[in-house]
Design a protein around this ligand. Structure first.
Ligand SMILES: NC(=O)c1ccc[n+]([C@@H]2O[C@H](COP(=O)([O-])OP(=O)(O)OC[C@H]3O[C@@H](n4cnc5c(N)ncnc54)[C@H](OP(=O)(O)O)[C@@H]3O)[C@@H](O)[C@H]2O)c1
Length: 278
């Protein structure tokens, strides 16, 4: 993993970054590390108080500018509110982070509404925000999208049926966007993340009285993903059944996207419509 050069990082992914789920866990880790790199931040979550406290601390510590917005990504159409919160700012990096499954239950044991909310946040809002943030990045010729996925994306997992489906969507979506946006100078990376010590995970473990060995530090995961952003489309952290195969699977999936990019050119032509308006 290469070291991040703050000047180059800022030039490519600044001056503003938008982070969903910014108030704790990996989202707060992104906020701290991006502020340390000198990026201004739009911080999104539902509860305003932790967002404001974080924003104030980051402004004081790093001299950056911040904006906070209280938005519930479970609501249909919430992506438009995220875009509106960043209105008028030059967003060079979008981090789609909020995404954990709070149900932790089998499909039929949770209300249907909760699964549809999970799809709104982890699929519809990701598409809507990526659509809105990617186009100006393509027009400027630089930028990045970092979409958080999970090891559960690599295969169906009982007890997480809808969650692993949404995370597989995020991973596949990022792979395709990586190939489509690379010619425009925009990097796309999906973090295929391991179990990490975050408040969301701790709440889930406490509810089921569970312990997980080999749990990752979210600060380390975020540092790796920020350094890996130019080298998409996915980064798989070794964990679970595929731990020994992580690098192999990552490489094979990358090669598949490259192969399919050539096949898609034959079917659809060269494409490259990212600078056209709606
Ligand atoms: N932790 C793990 O073990 C693990 C493993 C693999 C992948 N991941 C992925 O890593 C990412 C971050 O996970 P995490 O564990 O830090 O927990 P998370 O619950 O995804 O993130 C917590 C943050 O998201 C906000 N949030 C949650 N639901 C929201 C909603 N409906 N609308 C707006 N904001 C919302 C929370 O603030 P509010 O409650 O105030 O809204 C908080 O700021 C997720 O995409 C997750 O799928 C996590």
């Amino acid at each position: 993993m290469s070291e991040i050069d703050p000047i180059k990082f800022h030039a490519k992914y600044g001056p503003w970054a938008v982070i969903t789920g910014a108030s704790d866990g990996t989202g707060a880790a992104y906020a701290h590390q991006l502020a340390a790199l000198g990026l201004n931040l739009v911080l999104i979550a539902r509860r305003p108080e932790p967002l404001l406290a974080l924003a104030t601390a980051l402004e004081q510590e790093h001299g950056i500018h911040t904006r906070t917005a209280s938005i519930d990504l479970y609501e249909p159409g919430a992506g438009a509110h995220v875009l509106a919160a960043a209105e008028g700012m030059e967003v060079g990096l979008y981090v789609s982070n909020a995404g954990a499954d709070v149900n932790g239950s089998s499909f039929l044991d949770a209300p249907l509404k909760s699964w549809l909310q999970l799809i709104n946040r982890n699929v519809a809002a990701v598409v809507e925000t990526s659509y809105g943030f990617a186009r100006p990045m393509c027009e400027r010729g630089h930028g990045g999208l970092l979409l958080m996925s999970s090891g559960t994306a690599l295969g169906g997992q009982p007890g997480a049926a809808v969650y692993c489906g949404t995370k597989a969507f995020d991973m596949n979506f990022a792979e395709a966007l990586w190939a489509e946006l690379l010619p425009f100078g925009v990097d796309v990376l999906s973090g295929v993340c391991p179990v990490m010590d975050t408040p969301s995970l701790q709440r889930l473990l406490a509810r089921h009285d569970l312990k997980v060995p080999g749990i990752y530090d979210p600060e380390q995961v975020v540092a790796t993903l920020l350094a890996t952003l130019p080298y998409g489309p996915i980064h798989i952290f070794p964990f679970g059944p595929e731990a020994d195969l992580a690098a192999q699977i990552e490489q094979a999936r990358r090669q598949r996207v490259v192969t399919m990019t050539e096949a898609s050119k034959m079917i659809f032509g060269e494409g490259g419509n990212s600078s056209k308006s709606e």
